[in-house]
Design a protein. Sequence first.
Length: 383
Amino acid sequence: MLAVGVPVGATATGGRSAGATSDPYCTGHYGGAPARAAGRVRFGIDPGIAGNVGGVQLPTVPDDPSRDLAALRKLRPRGRALVLRLNRLFWSDGQAGIEQFKKLSSRYTRAGFEVELQVRYHPSQSQAGDIGAWVRYVRHVVDSFGANPRVVSMTITNEVNVKISPNTSDGSYPRAEDALINGIEAAHREAGRRHFRQLRFGFTYAYRFAPDQDAAFFSYLKTHGGKAFQRALGFVGLDFYPGTIYPPVKAPGTTYAGAFAQAAGVVRDCLAPMGGIGRRVPIWVTENGVPSGSSADAQQAAALSDLVRAVHDYSGTFNITDYRWFNLRDSTSSPPATLAGPTFSTDGLLRSDYAAKPSFAAYRSLIERFGTRYPEPRRHGGR
């Protein structure tokens, strides 16, 4: 399901590349640095429906909130943190979307979970490119959720480097890069003004979609972000789907750990410097998944184990603090065979009918072994 190695025309260094000056598209070898674990990782999962590549969402099996919550309680080992990443809060859904997500976040935080939000640019036709209106929306989202001390982070926009899939990503919308920069700056200022000290703000990058677009995206952040953006940025999110997006196929003798080291190295040692982002800003693996529909369930569980162990083992090497599996439950057990693009519909730990796959128990065991301890909510001066 994945191919790991040096792309055609790239120079293998056996370690870290010299960076963007000698490798303008970051296509060299960046996975050779020694593995060094920094300690425990904060784990999480998306409990909602997976999106599919394209312009619209395909039919899915609806969520059952009570069964979602019961499964999440079983997934979290005693004494360990589990962050629930609520994805697809669209700007175009307005106040109705905010109210829906407030109900979800309240349900989960009352049950003792921490929550983070994927705050999507995803404008309506009339909103597209209106950065002033977008900034006002982002501030309103911070005000609406920040007083809950268990709401701990927000990704502002999603996968702006992806230009062709408005359902899953924001890059095809006008001024998406400006929405990312201005949104993170505004969110950080608003959280500071309201004393919501627990909140961290970042963005997500889909690895690897198009090398030239990826390089242009990070270069734009450096050119247009400035010091205010650097101060506001709490993390860089890596969305990594080996065997689904990139690398697309598994070459003989390759490993998921090697694929992950390469992806993390590309972000840390080439793209982040290109964006003016220093090593103090942690990498969060905001999305990582492997389907079970095209392979045996046992293979999915083995892949999950290899990937999670790699994240832990390289946490010190690349300053990785957080990891999220995508996602809890299959959105359908029968993805359309003719769809031009991945659906992510069978990446779940549970089938669409909530029956557990082997990957469910595997992830729970890894959280118990490598996960951060459950923190008490921080107190702050918010309402």
